[in-house]
Design a protein around this ligand. Structure first.
Ligand code: HEM
Length: 459
């Protein structure tokens, strides 16, 4: 095996490549570096050294679970300070991950997800009712509305908790505590590791956010302990489920961390997906028309039901294509088990962190062709999605550490998109709006507003 060093831009002492990055929009820099240095290159920041992966060829290697495993670093490490070894932030091989994974996998399985249908539809109807009452003149901020939708859906479906976001003046205290806390996670992630360690987790304001969230979830857990069996949901399965392998259950503290994790992992991600779907449809009138025609011909005036799912291939394709171009979780971190080589020539030492850039992977011209930059839902249907090469479309992550909430998010998104287009016509607030993306922990469009015009004759 020939040894070559991984391409790397010139760097500063100590700061490494930190000054290269466009702080407002790091993906601009990453795009430029991809063009300059190719499908794999190295970046170094104080305290962290990363190999950036930009193509399907290299993604296939680092997604080989025999050679690489999930890395908990950066924002995940910060979040871990709060939710410890819950599913999302558990280290590779951690005992509680395996136990919770075995208990929870069936709890996120198809029949449980289907049983969430009416709760999902309930929350979606609240949003639509609000839009109908507001009328066509009021500009709608999708980030806000879809965050409320996604948060309320996860809270209701996983633990029977009604946050009632659509009946509140602002988002409600739990969401704002969570958003303040996530802002803190983001802020700390920007700091060099030494500074973070020195500062510790002492900031009183952020401690209060965590306390507030814990208190609320503890109450939900305590109430359910007294009312066993009122709902057969994820909380119930966590409270009374046993690991088939060790026969152990989850502690209340671990259950609390899992529930908070679902809320954190499940609200901005799904919300961002819906915002991008609206953006792409409003910018592509052909796709908009096709989608609405499909919805009208399948649903007519009836509320969407589980049996409609397989009859909405265009809606499905639009969701897939939106996540391809705007993957709301923008990257994935993995780490090498042992010294290894990429493409049999680039040496990667044991423990090396590799970052898969979804926005580049999802535009690899070898997979997607010369029109990779364009929004074309047609490439995601009629068997073409199933025929994609392995590791080509990865917005939900990889293998054993892939998203456990994928089916939940998917069902929620289809119910929302179909119901919105059944009940409303949409137009952009600013017809000339062009996409500005905010990339923090998740991607979302900025300054994007639309109007929802109730369609006549639809109840
Ligand atoms: C993991 C994306 C919705 C819960 C992940 C990962 C990705 C992802 C990329 C892997 C992270 C990594 O490898 O470090 C998304 C997207 C969503 C979505 C794009 C919506 C469109 C949800 C929802 C829930 C959820 C609704 C919960 C109800 C989780 C959990 C994990 C995870 C618990 C960790 C799984 C494990 O490591 O065992 N998600 N997610 N996600 N997601 Fe999601």
């Amino acid at each position: 095996e020939g040894q070559e060093s991984i391409p790397e831009p010139p760097k500063w002492p100590v700061l490494g490549h930190a000054l290269l990055m466009d702080r407002e929009n790091p993906s601009n820099t990453l795009l430029q570096l991809h063009h300059q240095y190719g499908d794999v290159y190295r970046l170094q920041f104080p305290g962290i050294n990363m190999v950036i992966i930009n193509s399907n060829e290299f993604a296939r290697e680092v997604y080989d679970e025999q050679r690489f495993h999930k890395a908990v670093a950066g924002p995940l490490e910060e979040l871990r300070g709060f939710v410890k070894d819950a599913l999302f932030t558990a280290y590779h091989g951690e005992r509680n991950w395996a136990i919770a994974h075995r208990i929870l996998m069936p709890a996120f399985g198809p029949s449980v997800i289907k049983s969430m249908w009416s709760d999902m539809f309930d929350i979606c109807s609240q949003m639509c009712l609000k839009w109908e009452r507001f009328g066509a003149d009021v500009p709608i901020n999708p980030n806000e509305n879809f965050t409320q939708l996604a948060f309320d859906t996860v809270a209701l479906c996983t633990m029977g908790y009604r946050n009632n976001s659509f009946y509140q003046e602002n988002t409600g205290s739990f969401i704002s505590a969570m958003q303040t806390f996530m802002g803190y996670v983001e802020e700390r992630t920007q700091l060099p590791k030494v500074v973070r360690l020195l500062k510790g987790h002492t900031d009183a304001k952020y401690q209060k956010c965590q306390d507030d969230m814990n208190v609320l979830i503890d109450k939900v857990i305590a109430t359910r302990r007294k009312n066993r069996g009122v709902r057969r949901d994820l909380l119930e399965l966590m409270l009374y489920g046993r690991d088939p392998k060790t026969n152990e259950g989850l502690t209340d503290e671990n259950i609390r961390a899992q529930l908070i994790t679902f809320l954190v992992a499940g609200h901005e991600t799904t919300s961002g997906l819906l915002s991008f779907v609206m953006y792409y449809l409003l910018k592509h009138p052909d796709a908009y028309r096709k989608l609405q025609e499909e919805v009208d011909s399948v649903l007519g005036r009836d509320p969407i039901m589980p049996e409609h799912l397989s009859k909405l291939p265009y809606v499905t394709a639009v969701l897939r294509e939106s996540l391809r171009l705007s993957p709301t979780v923008p990257l994935n971190l993995v780490q090498a088990f042992e010294d290894t080589f990429l493409a049999r020539r680039y040496f990667v030492p044991k423990g090396q962190i590799c970052v898969i850039q979804f926005s580049r992977l999802h535009r690899d011209p070898k997979v997607w062709g010369d029109d990779a930059e364009e929004f074309k839902p047609e490439r995601m249907m009629d068997g073409k999605f199933e025929a994609l090469p392995p590791k080509a479309w990865m917005p939900f992550g990889n293998g054993s550490r892939a998203c456990i909430g994928r089916a939940l998010a998917w069902q929620e998104a289809i119910i929302a998109v179909a119901t919105m287009f059944q009940r409303f016509d949409f137009r952009l607030n600013d017809p000339d709006y062009s996409l500005v993306i905010n990339q923090n922990l998740s991607l979302k469009p900025v300054n994007f507003f639309f109007h929802a015009i109730p369609r006549s004759g639809i109840p």
